[in-house]
Design a protein around this ligand. Structure first.
Ligand code: UDP
Ligand code: MG
Length: 155
């Protein structure tokens, strides 16, 4: 039985400004990933310092934080088998010009700072990010009529 996981996606200000939100969400929907949370979030500097703490000594840290505060971001939680790795696969590499064709970053973007989207990279970061950006009430458990076609026996 495969492992059902939840993972966080943030659609960054460049995705919102470029009217790509719908096209990006479609990529996850068509895979069968279930949307279990979705909202606009106005990120604070404090949230970003935690979220990007692994980059705090980088020269681009201040501009990254500023960029992420330019507009609200769309925060989502997706659920599915191996969702953390599957979402990262659909998102593509951090550098859009090294990302595989067919991934969101390769297909819609050209530079690292404007790579449109964040996705959790491991079970520990996914758990931290769910707590950082969502309350328990904002994460939904519900059945879809397509569940048995998409999730089947979980192989
Ligand atoms: N970033 C940047 N310049 C860099 C490296 C990263 O602006 O040289 C930004 C970019 O938006 C990236 C984010 O910092 O998506 C987080 O970096 P990370 O290495 O965690 O990549 P990701 O997990 O987003 O692929
Ligand atoms: Mg990362």
């Amino acid at each position: 039985m495969a492992d059902k996981q939840q993972t966080v996606v943030l659609l960054k200000p460049d995705a919102l400004q470029r009217d790509l939100l719908g096209q990006i969400v479609t990529r996850f929907e068509r895979k069968g990933l279930k949307i279990v949370a979705m909202k606009l979030i106005r990120l604070s500097e404090e949230m970003l310092e935690e979220h990007y703490s692994h980059l705090s000594d980088k020269p681009f840290f201040a501009s990254l934080k500023q960029f992420m505060m330019q507009t609200p971001v769309v925060g989502m939680v997706f659920e599915g088998y191996d969702a953390i790795a599957e979402v990262r696969k659909i998102v593509g590499s951090t550098n859009p010009r090294e990302a595989d064709a067919g991934t969101i970053r390769a297909d819609f973007s050209m530079t690292v700072p404007s790579n449109l989207i964040h996705a959790s990279d491991a079970p520990e970061t996914a758990a931290d990010e769910i707590k950082r950006f969502f309350t328990e009430e904002e994460i939904f458990d519900y059945e879809k009529i397509t569940d048995r076609y998409i999730f089947g026996e979980g192989v």
